[in-house]
Design a protein around this ligand. Structure first.
Ligand code: PAF
Length: 282
């Protein structure tokens, strides 16, 4: 595996791969790789002949300085995992290479970025938009892989690809979970064994909601009961719990209506912010 952190070698490697007619796959990450990332890479190896993983902790998508400073990072361990997974190139640029100066351009994804993560993490998606566009422009992948745990991010990237006519096929990869249902996340390393156990309640609540949602007429009624489900769990603080149409990201009032209905949640355990979602109706 090649480890590249500047643009000339990146361009050379990309040109060699495309001369060989290889399909280029990109898995953008912020490092601290876990089995969820490895699943993205596995999919990339199925759908592309030359797999690039980027590791860049993008400061512009963090709305809290502490969250950025404490974001887990372990490049040596990550690099070993990527080698073992058969990745062709690790792109690990530094801050100056990506943002030689403070970007003046802002990416606004419109209404679908206003709620959920967009509402609770101010400017988060602006930052995601900038880094993803930079990576797309520098790497020009044929296929790109994003996790469906960040479903709102996935839908925004899908819109970005369409609206900016990027010739990129996007793959959304299902969330990988611990045996107890907890969605894998780089942030889980900050949780104690008891925190991990508390955090596993998040998915249990989502599964409960999926099983029971047909018995409720409105999202409001379901959410009230879901909050009661979570209430006895000390140490779990719900930030949001919302039921939306996952194409439009508009709130769904009646659970008897058609369309794609997804339940989204963000919660804190031991000061660690965790998100998850479950599809209630396809
Ligand atoms: O999902 C992530 O890890 C990040 O938001 C991404 C897509 C790598 C952009 O920094």
């Amino acid at each position: 595996m090649l480890n590249v952190n500047e643009l000339t070698s990146l361009a050379e490697e990309l040109s060699k791969a495309s001369k060989k007619g290889m399909k280029i796959g990109l898995v953008p990450t912020m490092g601290a790789l876990h089995d969820g990332h490895m699943e993205l890479i596995k999919q990339a190896r199925i759908h592309a002949e030359y797999v690039i993983v980027s590791i860049f902790i993008n400061p512009l998508q963090f709305n809290q300085a502490d969250d950025f400073i404490n974001y887990p990072s372990n490049l040596l361990k990550d690099s070993d995992k990527l080698k073992n997974a058969g990745v062709d190139l690790l792109f690990n640029p530094d801050l100056k290479l990506i943002y030689p100066k403070k970007p003046a351009v802002k990416i606004d994804f419109g209404n679908i970025s206003r709620n959920l993560e967009g509402a609770f993490r101010l400017n988060h998606f602006e930052g995601v938009g900038l880094i993803v566009m930079k990576l797309f422009n520098l790497i020009k992948p044929d296929v790109a892989f994003f996790g469906l745990k960040d479903l709102q991010q996935y839908v925004l990237i899908k819109n970005l690809i369409k609206e900016f006519s990027y010739p990129i096929k996007l793959y959304g990869v299902p969330t990988v979970r611990e045996e107890n249902g907890l969605a894998l996340s780089s942030r889980n390393v900050h949780l104690s064994p008891s925190g991990l156990n508390i955090a596993s309640q998040i998915y249990k609540g989502l599964v409960w909601a999926k099983k029971n949602f047909k018995t409720f007429n409105t999202s409001e009624a379901l959410i009230i009961q879901l909050k009661k489900f979570y209430h006895p769990q000390d140490g779990l603080t719900i930030e949001y719990c919302e039921i939306l149409n996952s194409n439009t990201f508009k709130p769904v009032k009646s659970l008897q209506s058609g369309g794609k209905i997804t339940l989204f949640i963000a919660a804190y355990v031991e000061s660690v912010r965790l998100i998850d979602n479950i599809s209630l109706q396809e």
